[in-house]
Every structure is written in structure tokens, then in C-alpha cells.
Design a protein around this ligand. Structure first.
Ligand SMILES: *Cc1c(COP(=O)(O)O)cnc(C)c1O
Length: 421
């Protein structure tokens, strides 16, 4: 099913497909997994996005996580406006980067030093190289269904067996690139502990967000911490989604665990391209110019992106913010449940996924039992009702500070109609 004929979105998509591969700049945006053509977006404000035809949607994609204050928040617009006339890039250090790093180090105690990048993928890439440099080891353990960006070494899927060698999950990734990647199921601490013998690091999303939302079992993250301490491997916690979302100190604060290296992105850029990774001083010191591990970027610490990210982190420091995010997430969960859609809902704070399966969903194997055609029908019906969900079953729905009672009530009606469609 394509989008409605004769719309501006349809016209733009036809043009886009000639000059952009698949008409998009990131594959899932093409909406193929929910069986329709993409909407082209014209603008966004608060909890809403408007498509190129002027139709308004209550947005639960939240630009894949960054829009935690809602879209176009005053604080971010003003900060970027103030930064703009001072120049858009210098390729030299700035005061704002110092404040930015101080803000993150203050919020996340395991981070003593930071390195900024221009995306989450780049942050993860730097973290992996750093872990290998710091340990002198090569193997990286990751979980099946864990996503850490478009990085060759981590674009691996599990072969058979409980603990398996990675095989490339994308054309163009060499077998050599994934040979040092071991894959274990999420929420399986014994499998991780076994794979960590002699490994450089374990990388994990503390709340899985890219197989749909899957919370860690009680004690799982602590068991990974212990396994890393025992084997001398580093624990890399990928908080690109959870950082500043599930608590100010991210999942590490919410679950009481400490990473050796933490990766950030999404929220900390306020909708501009930013990533960062940081950790213990003795580990971070391996990075150039202090140490032998090279990492750098032309636009790293970009003045506009830094201004936007600082504005977001500033707003998130206000009283009661995380209680409001918890409440909006709970209200959306309740609205999805009340719709009567045959789903099992996983939620952590303001991130959730309704899986079209009978629960529980505790790892990737459980998640992939979901009826993705049913999700596709539900998502298409929601778009027709003016609600914008993630265009894939295996993604998180996000609420932000502008999803108030009125928006959730409107979404509730739309969800019920979509479930009956
Ligand atoms: C989005 C994401 C990344 C990659 O970030 P980009 O900015 O898209 O490169 C890495 N890790 C996790 C957990 C993510 O959700």
C-alpha cells in the first residue's frame, strides 16, 4: 500500500527515488517494514509533526529519541540563535565544549573524561577502538538484536548456538570485520560471562531499544559488571538512547551499574548531529593526543550542536522532569492497552514497544516472534488517524515533555480506532 496518490509526499517520494537511494537517507525511514511509502515532513513543534501536505500527527517517533523536550523547544531555538552569529565551526576548542563535558561528567559519575563526535555510530566506533587499545585484546561481545550504529564490526548476526561467532549481517562487511565479534542473547549473563574470557569488552544497550524495548532482568547489568571485572574486559554501556532519558544519569543511575566506557548520542545533541563517549580517566588517556589510540573528527564539538545539546541537558535538570516523563510513558502504555490491540507492552519510563505477541519479551528471539504484519497494519491505521508511530515493530515509541494529557487522550482514541480497523 502506497501513500495516497497525488499528495505532496507522493510527489516528493517519486522525485527522491531518482536521486536518493530508496528515496531516503536512512533505510527504515522508507517505511517498507510497515508496507507503505514514507511521509515527507515539513515542520515539527511540541508533540506534533506536520507532513508536506500539512497533515498533523501526534509524534511518538520523536526523531528516534532526541526530541525529549518535544520538537522545536524554545530553549534549543534560542541557544542555537545565540550561537549562530558567532560562527558555525572553527576546528578549534571552545568554552562550550568544556561546559558540555562538565555537564555529562556531572550527570554520569562513571564518566570522568569525554570525547565528542558527530554521531552515535562514531562514538561507538571510538569506544571499541579505545577498549581494544586499553586492554590489548580484540574480541568484542555484543548481544543478538543489539544495535550500535552502522559499524562494520558490529553489523553481525548470530550463527547457531548460545555463544556464537559473528557472521556479517550486511553485504559489504567482510568476514574479518566480524570475526572478533561474539554474539550472546540479551538478558543471559552466564552466556556473556563465558564469552568474555579473553575479550576486550562487552557492549550492551542497558535497556534494549533497537529490538523494540526490552528491559534488563534484575541483576543482569550487575552480572555483566562482575563478569567484566573477573575477566579484565571493559564494560561499554551504549546509552545513545537511554542517556538522559531513563534518568538524568541514564540507565547507569536507574539500575545502579557503572560502565568503563559510556556512549552517548541522540538526546545530547538536541536534534543536531552529536555523539560522545567517555569513561574512566585511565582508560580515556589511551586516546590521542595523550595516548596511541587515534580518534578525531572535523566537526566534533561543533558549536551549534553543542549549544543545542547543552540547552536540552539544561532543561532536563529542572525539578520533576523525570516524574513527568514516567507519567507520560505510563499514560501512553495505558492508552495502548485500552485500545484492545493484541499486544504485549514493554516499557521503561518514556520508552515503550507494543509487541504483537504473547509476552514475555526478554530477548531478541522473543521479540522476533512478534507478528510484524499486524504491527504494520496497526501503524498504517495510526498514521491515517493522525498518530505517528515508529515505522517498524523493532523500535521504541518515545514520549517527551510535551506529550500532555490532551495529546495522550487524543492518541488514546486514535489507538482504539486503529486497533479496530
Ligand atoms: C541510534 C543508535 C546508535 C547510532 O547513533 P547514530 O547517531 O544513528 O549514528 C548507536 N547506539 C544505539 C543504542 C542507538 O540507538
Amino acid at each position: 500500500m502506497a501513500g495516497p496518490e497525488g499528495t505532496r509526499s507522493a510527489e516528493l517520494f517519486a522525485r527522491a527515488q531518482k536521486v536518493l537511494v530508496g528515496g531516503v537517507n536512512s533505510p527504515v525511514r522508507a517505511m517498507r517494514s510497515i508496507g507503505r511509502d514514507p511521509l515527507f515532513i515539513g515542520r515539527a513543534e511540541g508533540p506534533y509533526v506536520w507532513d508536506a501536505d500539512g497533515n498533523r500527527y501526534i509524534d511518538f517517533l520523536s526523531t528516534w529519541g532526541p526530541a525529549i523536550l518535544g520538537h522545536s523547544p524554545e530553549a534549543v531555538l534560542r541557544a542555537v540563535e545565540r550561537a549562530l552569529p558567532l560562527g558555525t565551526s572553527y576546528g578549534a576548542p571552545t568554552e562550550r565544549e568544556v561546559v558540555f563535558a562538565e555537564t555529562i561528567c556531572d550527570a554520569v559519575p562513571s564518566v570522568e573524561q569525554l570525547r565528542m563526535t558527530s554521531s552515535g555510530s562514531e562514538a561507538v566506533m571510538g569506544a571499541l577502538r579505545l577498549a581494544r587499545a586499553a586492554t590489548g585484546r580484540e574480541t568484542i561481545v555484543k548481544v543478538a538484536g543489539g544495535y550500535h550504529g552502522a559499524i562494520d564490526g558490529l553489523l553481525a548476526q548470530a550463527g547457531s548456538g548460545l555463544t556464537t561467532l559473528g557472521v556479517p549481517a550486511s553485504a559489504g562487511v567482510t568476514a574479518a570485520a566480524t570475526a572478533a565479534t561474539h554474539i550472546v542473547p540479551f538478558n543471559d549473563a552466564p552466556a556473556a560471562a563465558a564469552a568474555l574470557e579473553g575479550a576486550a569488552a562487552m557492549i550492551v544497550e542497558p535497556v534494549a531499544g533497537n529490538m523494540g524495548v526490552v528491559p534488563p532482568r534484575d541483576g543482569y547489568l550487575q552480572a555483566l559488571r562482575e563478569a567484566c571485572d573477573r575477566t579484565g574486559a571493559l564494560l561499554i554501556i551504549d546509552e545513545v538512547i537511554t542517556g538522559f532519558r531513563v534518568a538524568r544519569g541514564g540507565a547507569q543511575e536507574r539500575y545502579g551499574v557503572r560502565a568503563d566506557i559510556t556512549c552517548f548520542g541522540k538526546i545530547i545533541g538536541g536534534g543536531l548531529p552529536v555523539g560522545a563517549f567517555g569513561g574512566r580517566r585511565e582508560v580515556m588517556r589511551e586516546l590521542a593526543p595523550e595516548g596511541p589510540c587515534y580518534q578525531g573528527g572535523t566537526l566534533s564539538g561543533n558549536p551549534l550542536a553543542t549549544a543545542a545539546g547543552l540547552a536540552v541537558m539544561g532543561e532536563l535538570a529542572k525539578e520533576g522532569v523525570y516524574e513527568r516523563l514516567e507519567a507520560s510513558g505510563a499514560a501512553l502504555e495505558e492508552a495502548v492497552r485500552a485500545s484492545g490491540a493484541p499486544v504485549h507492552i514493554n516499557r521503561v519510563g518514556s520508552m515503550l514497544t507494543p509487541f504483537f505477541t504473547h509476552g514475555p519479551v526478554e530477548d531478541y528471539a522473543d521479540a522476533t516472534r512478534s507478528d510484524t504484519d499486524a504491527y504494520g497494519r496497526f501503524a498504517r491505521a495510526l498514521l491515517a488517524e493522525g498518530v505517528y508511530p515508529p515505522p517498524s515493530q523493532f523500535e521504541a515509541w518515545f514520549t517527551g515533555l510535551t506529550h500532555g494529557d490532551a495529546e495522550i487522550a487524543a492518541a488514546r482514541d486514535a489507538l482504539a480506532r486503529a486497533a479496530g480497523a
